[in-house]
Design a protein around this ligand. Structure first.
Ligand code: ADP
Ligand code: ADP
Length: 221
């Protein structure tokens, strides 16, 4: 089943006199049960692409469809509702609230989505290996734990698609292996994931690798 279709995405940034073309005609199609790795040098447009696909940013040209439904060029409130219910997002900057515990962060995400499911919450904490950290604030846990907590929040509402920007950016090899297992589990359950990464280990795990260069997708394997 087709999960994400993105057609001819363009994104311009204006900073003072300068204009940056962060995306210049990117197309992507992702089916359920697929993990797609997005790779490319820093500044090539990966984060911009991920933000547009997740409905966090509006492209200046082109459009994105999630399950055949357009998510671009809608009011922010509508996009926010779609994000909360259908899309799991892991941002480079982290997606946890510091004044809430790990468990409360997941519960809040469930509230924003469909419903709070305590059984699923416990299962998620177990899957990411954070049972003992459920009551900890994000600032009190390690980088590897933080990465797994971010993933648990992203998966809180069993999203149709997971968009992750460098989910293993600053974690050790052992944590990366745990995160890979989580992705694998998610894929086996029919989930689709688009992951921007510099990690060869993560890319080796993907069904396809998409190479981004200068705002374009130059290679689609
Ligand atoms: P990007 O915006 O392309 O994701 P950043 O410079 O923000 O790149 O880096 C994101 C993370 O990836 C950081 O942890 C950084 O150390 C790491 N990183 C950046 N470039 C590379 C690279 N070429 N190979 C491996 N890791 C990298
Ligand atoms: P990547 O994730 O591959 O590092 P980005 O999508 O972050 O690439 O950036 C693509 C290009 O757009 C870069 O030239 C970057 O400097 C520029 N860019 C990204 N975000 C902004 C912004 N908010 N304002 C201005 N330029 C930006």
């Amino acid at each position: 089943m087709r999960i994400i279709d993105a057609f001819d995405l363009y994104r311009f940034y204006h900073t003072g006199e300068e204009e940056t073309l962060a995306l210049r005609g990117a197309n992507i199609h992702v089916d359920s049960g697929e993990i797609v790795a997005v790779m490319g040098p820093s500044g090539s447009g990966k984060s911009t692409l991920m933000a547009c696909l997740a409905g966090l940013d509006e492209p200046d040209g082109g459009y994105v469809e999630l399950l055949g439904k357009r998510i671009t060029r809608r009011p922010e409130a509508e996009r926010a509702a779609i994000r909360a219910q259908e899309i799991g997002i892991v941002l480079q900057s982290g997606n946890l609230f510091n004044h809430l515990s790990v468990e409360e962060n997941i519960r809040l995400q469930m509230q924003l989505g469909h419903k709070v499911d305590e059984e699923r919450l416990t299962l998620l904490l177990n899957q990411v290996g954070l049972d003992k950290r459920r009551e900890s604030r994000p600032s009190r846990i390690s980088g590897g734990e933080l990465a797994r907590a971010a993933l648990a929040v992203a998966l809180a509402n069993s999203p149709k698609v997971l968009m992750a920007d460098e989910p293993t950016g600053e974690v050790d090899a052992e944590t990366e292996k745990k995160i890979l297992d989580l992705f694998e589990n998610y894929r086996q359950n029919g989930g689709a994931a688009i992951i921007a990464t510099h990690s060869e280990a993560l890319a080796a795990h993907a069904n396809r690798i998409l190479r981004v260069f200068d705002g374009r997708i130059v290679k689609y394997d």
